[in-house]
Design a protein around this ligand. Sequence first.
Ligand code: UDP
Ligand code: MN
Length: 246
Amino acid sequence: PIPVIYAITPTYYRLVQRAELTRISQTLRLIPNIHWIVIEDSEEKTNLVSKLLEESELTVTHLNAKTPPFEKLKDKEPSWKKHRGVEQRNAALSWLRENLTVGNQKGIVYFMDDDNSYHLNLFSEIRKVKRVGTWPVGLVGGLNVEAPILDPKTGKVKSYRSGWKPNRPFAIDMAGFAINLDLILTKKEATFSYKMERGWQESEFLSFFTTKEELEPLADNCTKVYVWHTRTEKPVVRGLVKGFEV
Ligand code: UDP
Ligand code: MN
């Protein structure tokens, strides 16, 4: 059987939320064997997301986990000021660890933010992951692309082309790696945390599971871009028309 991809998507309410989630859910509709875990950053699950998930006809798990007030981004604050998605990704990891058993199924875990753009080829690459796989991410870190640099002799990851601290043990965006499910289930201590310095979540998290040398370079030896760290502009809305769910 082909391994199930557990796609973990944190999401929060804003005007573009339904548009973002529609875009991802319809991408996922084109992919077989996906289990979509959507975690709302909210006190309670909302009707908007519940309805969208139901209408998606995907295999889904719907969770909610609110970001504590001290970490919550203020409306006008630049987004790099706070960790984002920590509570939600941890809730998804807990769900996996509580509901699945090691060795029981073949799976791969991928963190799939609600605002990125995903090429269908990405999912075939994810499906090749044995332990931890990595690939380039477009439009991130102040570069057109961040990509692992391979040693031409060994074909292994040697260093990283990254706009920010390329010497981090894993200078890889959240969208640029996926991890074997059994590894996730085994290393229960691996979680995201507010204690980490901003920008170190990926690197610290990956350190629980692997080393740079063990990374599996995918997407044609890390030469292809199948995911983009796009960011949606906040729409300027001067009036709210009643009676519509946008
Ligand atoms: N997110 C969230 N609560 C927030 C801010 C972000 O749940 O207060 C989610 C968001 O929907 C996305 C992920 O966390 O799936 C990463 O956030 P964002 O895309 O804003 O981060 P960036 O792309 O700037 O790193
Ligand atoms: Mn984003």
